[in-house]
Design a protein around this ligand. Sequence first.
Ligand code: 6PG
Length: 238
Amino acid sequence: MQDVIRIYPDPDMTVRACAAFIARKIEEALETKEYVSIGLSGGSSPNMLFTVLFEEYREGILWDKIKFFWVDERCVAPDDAESNFGTAKKLLLDPLKIQDKNIFRIFGENEPPAEVERYTDLLEKEFGPEIGFDICLLGIGTDGHTASIFPPDIKLMESKKFVATTVNPNTGQNRITITGRLINNCKAVIFLAYGKEKKEVLDGILNHKKREHYPAGLVFNVRFGVYWYLDSAAYRLP
Ligand code: 6PG
């Protein structure tokens, strides 16, 4: 089982179903663990999810048992409109009053190579030698990138490192990203994507036309499969 594909009529229902799944995964994990680690994606797709998690699950999830990490960050200050952390802070962390001790952001304001070292050390302290989140939330770009692993850097899906620097080839923006090694070490890997602009890339990946050409196509999870939360504008079963 590689792909667990779940399709919904519109973005709102997709996001709500994804939120319910995340809540279930958190509950399951807390049966055997004191804390649950979640790696948050950036971009715009998670914004509706953050709002639903706050509005519908502020009571239903033990938020002080969640440790927040990021799958990538733009190399900007945390208060920059482009910051993935800044967006999550505004829509989720501040509304839920998440304590700083449970927030492990990537410092986009640091020199990228130095930040790769710092974040890698931080992750090794948290997870030990084989780093992997309990839940990894990913988005997908129209070019098939995920986290900040863009097609020119697809080799990072096979990297021995856990964190790397990249450049967005469309904008020249420096990025810090987790690699395929970390993504594929995670327990629950969830893609959230909706909208017709994602149709072509999802067809290319999920209908196995040229899966290996896309970084997102090289995400796998041998234990539980990769979960795809998609709306019907983004994907239809063949
Ligand atoms: C980022 C994200 C990135 C994102 C895709 C999709 O920092 O931009 O981590 O991987 O998930 O670019 O972005 P949208 O959700 O805005 O389409």
